[in-house]
Write a protein that binds this ligand. Sequence first.
Ligand code: SF4
Length: 428
Amino acid sequence: MDVTLVLTHRCNLACTYCYAGDHHAAEMDDATMDRALDLLFADGADRAQLSFFGGEPFLAFAAMRRAVAGARERAAGRPLSFRCTTNGAALTAEHVAFIVENGVHVTVSIDGVREAHDLNRRRAGGQSSFDAVERGLRALVVAGARPEAMMVIAPATARWVNDSVAWLWDAGVERVRANLLLRADWDDHREVLRRELVAVGRELLLRRLDLRRQVRDLPARAAEALPIVEFEPFVARAAGSGGGCATRRQVVVGTSGNLYPCAPMVGEDRDGGPEAALRIGHVSDGAAAIAPRCDDGCASGGSCACAAYLETGDPTCGGENGLWFARLCREIGAAVAAGLAAETLAPFALRVVAPPPPRRASKKALVGAVIGAGFALAAGGELVTLRLARDGKPACPVRPVELQVDGELRAPPPPPGGLAAPPVKPRR
Ligand code: SF4
């Protein structure tokens, strides 16, 4: 099974939205790590993935080295991959060399251009972290580590989304991932974000079409060296994969050995916190008992349980912001796919409209939404489920309400494999 180790709760940053909570000094000890590594192939898997999370995992670099060596021993030649999520601000040349040597797939958390990044991702003393993160990211690109970037989009940073994604692509980051700050009040910022995401979709399509032209005109070897551009929310959410959730058996091991279905659910990994209710056991339970508890993975009921938890506090109940974001990204992903299929920017001449959920605590909006739902059902249009909140409490799963997506976009239906934009060249 795939195993994620939370190596440490320490961090060199103090992001405003950090779900790891208080950065206490808890570290994973060797005995806990060994038990966690024993899980990798204990369920008979023919391949496995070991991931590192924190806090900032590179503050526990010695533990990371030890874990990689221990995992290789246990793999005994079977396919084994490594992933790591880092804020990039503490990366040294030694870390970068280790990443490249071991083929660690790195995701750097960066909220985009300086103006956006420094709003929420500063150091504990309030100093900017942007220069250090950018330095780390560029060192990874130059070393050929092919890092991904992970942006958290907050209401205050929504206006920089298009600039940020384009800047990351230009910096050599091929794949940009993005999560919405789900618990924020988005009522007054949805239109800005919609406009920015449509601009990202248009830019993505432009670059993909341009890449295609270059691939056609270049000799095969030169074409291989061209960078790919991707914006993950348009791909994963368009394919209805639960917001990019893993589909393989996976477990997250906290520093204390407690087990969780998903990394953001670990929180502070303390017995008194809400995270205690989300645990699925302890590494000391043994692989035979643990494996069946991990079969649901992160995806629960067709949507991302982790995103649902982060928004509503209930892993089984998606929230309005997450559902709206997923729907919007799905529409834009469809437009990109349509444009690529037809080799034209035409789909972006049309407006993309995912209807916003009702404004918070607004009875008028609730009534309007229900009436809208009636029209939608009568019209028999394409439907999306938005669960309406009452008095700030999610109604889920009591009364899901179907709303029509009032889009003017007329993209063709997705291809059988989902809405992922066709690749412009094979991956290296
Ligand atoms: S880098 Fe990650 S762990 Fe550190 S403060 Fe930011 S969100 Fe929290």
